[in-house]
Design a protein around this ligand. Structure first.
Ligand SMILES: *Cc1c(COP(=O)(O)O)cnc(C)c1O
Length: 398
């Protein structure tokens, strides 16, 4: 068969996301002076823009590392061995964060709400009542494996009702820049984010936002790690302390450019674009699901993320479809994650579409049209009208 892969490849996975040419070009330069000048000036502009996106007046520490680094940093500043935490698990990622806490000697009470829904408030309330000594509640805003979006402010309300003094800690690595998040209004004490998803920069930088309350706990906790300590990174006596060493020179240029792009578009418009593109993706999959094995993992639209969509097909159809679109049409879709172990053949029954960051209507329609082509080519039964439904959403007639 004639190959249709020769053109610009589209990586539609939930991170790393598509990098804008402007970001790539901003990074394409020789190393700058790390002692004085532009690099230092640019670095000092980053926290204000990041905090505006997190909707917080509090603090942000920047790290050279991926999301896992921010997870560990958040834990090391606020917890010690012997502490207890409650973990709200609605997919793979909360468990990853909990495992990191356990490795520090923290006892994690993991509430597992399965793979297809958000949390049950009654069970969270029960856990808060049963564990008044909990130092923190850990949750994921958007779980990238299940594509569920959790109501973070509802957890704060439950904690207030329970008179809980614990810190509320949220993982926004997938949602930052895509789904609205309001750190201060929602009473979040610690929030972690990365740069390679909604922020459109290659993996390698991450962020921990923290409240005054969390910083006071860092004071008594006496952060056990020099490297992860958020204090010197936020208010460094010398520039190199921002990073505890050499600055991530090129990431700083890339991130500055990405934040400029977000500011030029306007953050509210960025969020509205992600919502509309997500609704177009859902509209298409809802039509395909009318016949055959395809199914959206999260049935309730109000619980779906605007950054990523998880699909179920039954094995081996998801892998067959992914292989077809990548091998024949230049589109890479995300693998299923956290639904079945990798060696379990059932894992071939899930895939994900990333629609985070630098994506526009023609990219999403291209991806959906390519998926439709893959469904036809691989003979997977599916309902009709998906592309019509998606175009109606994007035409404002959805
Ligand atoms: C991607 C992701 C992570 C892990 O980030 P890495 O950069 O891969 O370490 C953690 N949590 C969520 C919700 C994510 O989407």
């Amino acid at each position: 068969m004639t190959s249709l892969t020769h053109g610009r490849h589209y990586l539609a996975i939930p991170g790393p996301s598509v990098m804008p040419d402007r970001v790539l070009q901003a990074m394409h330069r020789p190393s700058p002076n790390i002692y004085e000048g532009e690099l230092i000036e640019i670095t000092e502009t980053l926290p204000a823009d990041l905090k505006a996106m997190a909707r917080t007046k509090h603090h942000v520490a920047m790290y050279i590392g991926n999301g896992h680094a921010a997870w560990e940093a958040a834990l090391f500043n606020t917890l010690s061995a012997g502490d207890e935490v409650i973990v709200i698990m609605t997919g793979l990622f909360a468990n990853g964060w909990a495992d990191m806490a356990k490795a520090m000697g923290v006892t994690a009470h993991v509430l597992d709400f399965g793979r297809r829904s958000s949390f049950d408030p009654a069970r969270v309330a029960e856990a808060l009542a049963a564990t008044p000594q909990a130092k923190a509640v850990l949750m994921v805003h958007v779980d990238t494996s299940t594509s569920v979006k959790n109501d973070v402010s509802a957890v704060r309300a439950l904690m207030d009702e329970a008179d809980s003094n614990a810190l509320l800690m949220a993982d926004c690595i997938a949602s930052f820049g895509c789904d609205d998040f309001r750190m201060d209004a929602w009473g979040v004490d610690v929030m972690v984010a990365g740069c390679q998803k909604g922020l459109m920069v290659p993996a390698g930088m991450s962020f921990v936002f923290y409240s005054d309350k969390a910083d006071n706990i860092r004071e008594t906790n006496g952060c056990l790690s020099r490297y992860w300590d958020w204090r010197p990174r936020t208010n460094p006596e010398f520039f190199y302390l921002h990073w505890c060493g050499t600055a991530p020179t090129h990431h700083i240029y890339g991130l500055r450019e990405a934040l400029d792009m977000i500011n030029e578009e306007g953050y509210e418009n960025v969020l509205a674009r992600h919502r509309l593109l997500a609704e177009a993706v859902w509209a298409a999959f809802e039509c395909w699901s009318q016949d055959g094995p395809l199914e959206l993992n999260i049935a309730d639209r109000t619980l779906r993320s605007h950054a990523v969509t998880t699909l179920r097909t039954g094995a081996p159809h998801a892998t067959t479809l992914r292989n077809w679109v990548s091998g024949n049409a230049g589109l890479t879709l995300g693998i299923g994650l956290g639904m079945a172990t990798e060696d379990d053949p059932k894992s071939d029954g899930f895939f994900r579409v990333g629609h985070m960051g630098h994506v526009n209507a023609q990219m999403i329609l291209g991806a959906l049209g390519t998926i439709q082509t893959g469904l036809v080519a691989t003979g997977l039964p599916h309902g009709d009208g998906a592309l019509d439904a998606a175009t109606r959403v994007l035409a404002g007639q959805g």
